[in-house]
Design a protein around this ligand. Structure first.
Ligand SMILES: [Zn+2]
Length: 232
């Protein structure tokens, strides 16, 4: 996944963490905060800049904090074996947006790919704190291995296909040349192979009859629309 590199200012060199066996999840306890806000707060604590390794905003964008090999400063007692991930938001009261939840899960899959299987912990599992908040979607996050993003993409593709079919169905007795883009190209090809017969004759493409031709188009619709959306 795309990690936004920001070269955040910090006060000195990082120490390498000796072992990595867990990921610890946090919330920012702030409804709205940039990674630069967090960095300046942590500098004011006298720390070596941001204490987390990753920061995820509500829109699902992911920022790098400390390099993931560096000793973090995010969970007292657990820093020497864990990677710290913080989510923008105040999850004692707020509800995590879907884009952020999807990003948390994708980042966890990425981290586990790089580091092997790590224990997944909340800050409150290792320290006396409410972090990451009572409304943090812990059950969903623990299901991070399920790639639900791809299912969403499939659903979107199906909706797009239905929309295309609707447009085609409404375009009755039109010339192929009245369609545009890839659909135009595909319809031209369908007319050339005789799948679209229109009113018959050698220039069928000039007056395709979608009520008659629709059945033929439907038989090819899946492959055809997959091609359309793969190419865009
Ligand atoms: Zn925390």
């Amino acid at each position: 996944m795309r990690i936004i590199e920001c070269n955040l200012p910090h006060t000195g060199p990082y120490t390498r963490r000796s072992k990595t066996t867990a990921v610890v999840l946090h919330h920012a306890e702030a409804s709205s905060a940039t990674v630069w806000d967090i960095n300046s707060w942590h500098l004011k604590n006298g720390w070596n800049g941001i204490g987390y390794h990753y920061y995820i905003r509500k829109d699902g964008s992911v920022y790098r904090g400390r390099p993931d090999w560096a000793l973090g400063s995010h969970a007292k007692g657990a820093n020497d074996y864990s990677i710290g991930v913080c989510c923008e938001g105040a999850y004692m009261t707020e509800t995590m947006p879907a884009a952020q939840l999807a990003a948390v899960k994708e980042l966890l899959r990425d981290i586990m790919r790089n580091w092997g299987k790590l224990r997944l912990l909340r800050h409150k599992d290792v320290y006396s704190t409410d972090c990451p908040g009572a409304r943090f979607p812990w059950a969903e996050v623990q299901e991070y291995e399920k790639e639900d993003d791809k299912m969403d993409e499939k659903t979107m593709r199906e909706i797009a296909r239905d929309e295309t079919l609707k447009v085609l169905a409404e375009q009755r007795h039109k010339s192929v040349d009245e369609f545009t883009g890839r659909i135009h190209t595909e319809l031209q090809a369908l007319a050339a192979t005789g799948t679209l017969k229109g009113k018959g004759g050698s220039e069928a493409y000039k007056g395709i009859d979608m009520t008659e031709d629709m059945a033929r188009v439907l038989t090819l619709a899946k492959d055809y629309t997959d091609k359309v959306f793969d190419s865009e």
